[in-house]
Design a protein around this ligand. Structure first.
Ligand code: 3SL
Length: 241
């Protein structure tokens, strides 16, 4: 297995696709997606464009759908949900399809959606992602951070590092053998340094600070937990997990 980490969707090569592509938006889209599916959501359908989300979701019976939208960290007016994973309780999401659009996370997913295997990862479901990779042994894997509007984000890279770190611990492969690019070594180093204080790292991250200003402290705490949900969001058809 060769692992490549890209800090933003814009950095992914355009002339090739990996055997398995993983979108990461720890704060908060991929944490929300994992939570919805672990809480009995029927599926999650992701859109980068809000108008398209509205048009497609209109075709679903209102009692079977939920619309979740975030722009700039805030909830989109008129939608039932924003992008807080803590709002996605079993009572709210069970049996319903979540139609979601967020600033960066759903864009990252869209960028990789034509790979043969597409999954989403967050710290909260890291173990399920690692088990899938160890089981399927894809030859090439991309982990694509969502970043923030084209720039690097600490929380996505530390999650990529958490996945790479666990791969190295659970199969006979060294970081250098696993690494398809230098970003992998950097991400493992970041995770190794911060693994006991991921919340502290989030407090230093620019998007963590943005969410704190929006009073989303509890979301930060929730998303900083590792391996609490045994769920693998895997794409069934483009954009649908
Ligand atoms: O950018 C995104 O996709 C979001 O996850 C951002 S937020 O955490 O909902 O503000």
């Amino acid at each position: 297995m060769k692992l490549f980490i890209y800090h933003t969707p814009e950095l992914t090569p355009s002339d090739t696709t990996p055997d398995c592509a993983i979108a990461v938006d720890v704060l908060r889209a991929t944490s929300t997606i994992a939570t919805v599916l672990a809480s009995g959501g029927e599926a999650v359908q992701a859109f980068s464009d809000l108008d398209q989300l509205i048009a497609v979701s209109e075709k679903w019976p209102p009692e079977k759908r939920l619309r979740a939208g975030e722009r700039g960290g805030a909830k989109v007016a008129g939608f039932e949900l924003g992008n807080s994973p803590l709002d996605c309780t079993r009572e709210v999401v069970q049996g319903r399809r979540l139609f979601i659009s967020t600033t960066n996370g759903t864009r990252a997913l869209q960028k990789i959606q034509h790979s043969p295997s597409v999954i989403t990862a967050a710290l909260i479901n890291r173990g399920a992602v690692v088990r899938y990779l160890l089981d399927k042994q894809p030859e090439t894997v991309w982990i694509v951070g969502s970043g923030w509007e084209g720039s690097f984000s600490l929380e996505d890279t530390v999650c990529a590092g958490a996945i790479a770190h666990s791969l190295v611990e659970n199969c006979p492969i060294s970081p250098v053998e696993l690494a398809g690019n230098d970003e992998v070594i950097g991400a493992i180093a970041l995770y190794s340094q911060w693994q006991n204080d991921l919340l502290g790292l989030f407090h230093q991250a620019s998007h963590g600070q943005r969410l704190l200003r929006l009073k989303s402290q509890e979301d930060l705490k929730y998303c900083a937990q590792v391996d609490i949900l045994d769920v693998l969001p895997i794409q069934q058809e483009p954009g649908v997990l």
